[in-house]
Design a protein around this ligand. Structure first.
Ligand code: ADP
Ligand code: MG
Length: 261
């Protein structure tokens, strides 16, 4: 159940970034509101990863501004970055789990560094692992899991501290079709729970069937920004087959807003 008002969770304002002679991001403007799901698509080299890196403030724009929660890119310092990272969950193509820690420990560690008490860690890790369908693998090491399972653990870890927004950079880039589907469904499910999600991917065809908002990045510029297809209220304006496919996906989850139509 998401609150009705639209609050900007992440805002990018007139961002430009020069990356040498051959590439620059130019006058990027985009806002992600609370509870929103956004695909950021564009061919390889379009600047998706660079833009995400600036959103989690691992890099700075040359000009313009990024605001995530109460953090502003022109004002963040080394001291405020850890606080910012708690507000953002990040998922990468290559999972980046700690190989010599179990599934459970990978998730527990993320909460430990934010000072969560052990009793709370156990309770929440159990809940999250159940949510991603991997509680039975909690004592396994990452290497014993399939790619899709590892990515689901990485996603569980990314949301362990209840971030306001989850950023995923090519989260399905290393996965087969079935695992890709599972990972995307998990991201939809997390979004349905109220977390804003931004997924960067080069796979334009894949994302077009989901009815979510799609932002197209081409040569470092936003070429198009297509709104989400809302199930219900604008049904009459939309292609029926796309809407019903999305409605099917949504009906698997308990989304009161959508079911009250
Ligand atoms: N640190 C960097 N220094 C110079 N060029 C870079 C750097 N990071 C990325 N690039 C270049 O910027 C462009 C955009 O890269 P990237 O953001 O990784 O695109 P995408 O994620 O859409 O594939 C590419 O041409 C890449 O080679
Ligand atoms: Mg990339």
């Amino acid at each position: 159940m998401s609150p009705p008002e639209h609050r900007i969770i992440a805002g990018i304002y007139h961002l430009s970034k020069d990356l040498g002679r051959h590439f620059s991001l130019t006058d990027i403007n985009l806002q992600v509101t609370n509870g929103e799901f956004v695909f950021l698509v564009g061919p390889s080299g379009a600047g998706k990863s660079t833009l995400l890196r600036m959103m989690y403030m691992d890099d700075r724009p040359d000009s313009g501004q990024i605001v995530v929660g109460s953090f502003v890119s022109t004002r963040v310092t080394r001291r405020t970055i850890p606080g910012l990272r708690r507000k953002i969950g990040i998922v990468f193509q290559d999972f980046r789990l700690i190989e010599d820690r179990t599934v459970f420990e990978n998730i527990a560690l993320a909460m430990k560094v934010t000072g969560t008490p052990m009793s709370k860690i156990k309770q929440r890790a159990t809940k999250i692992l159940t949510h991603v369908g991997l509680y039975h693998k909690r004592h396994d090491f990452p290497k014993a899991l399939s790619g899709g399972e590892q990515q689901r653990v990485a996603i569980a870890r990314a949301v362990a501290n209840r971030p306001a927004i989850l950023l995923a950079d090519e989260p399905t880039g290393n996965l087969d079709a079935v695992s890709t589907r599972n990972v995307l469904e998990l991201l939809f499910k997390i979004n349905a729970g109220g977390t804003a999600v931004l997924v960067a991917t080069h796979d334009i065809e894949m994302v077009q069937s989901f009815g979510q908002r799609i932002i197209y990045l081409e040569n470092g510029r936003i070429a198009r920004d297509h709104e989400k297809i809302f199930v219900g209220d604008v049904r009459d304006r939309m292609d029926e087959s796309r809407v019903s496919r999305r409605a099917e996906q949504l009906s698997e989850y308990d989304i009161r807003d959508e079911e009250n139509e």
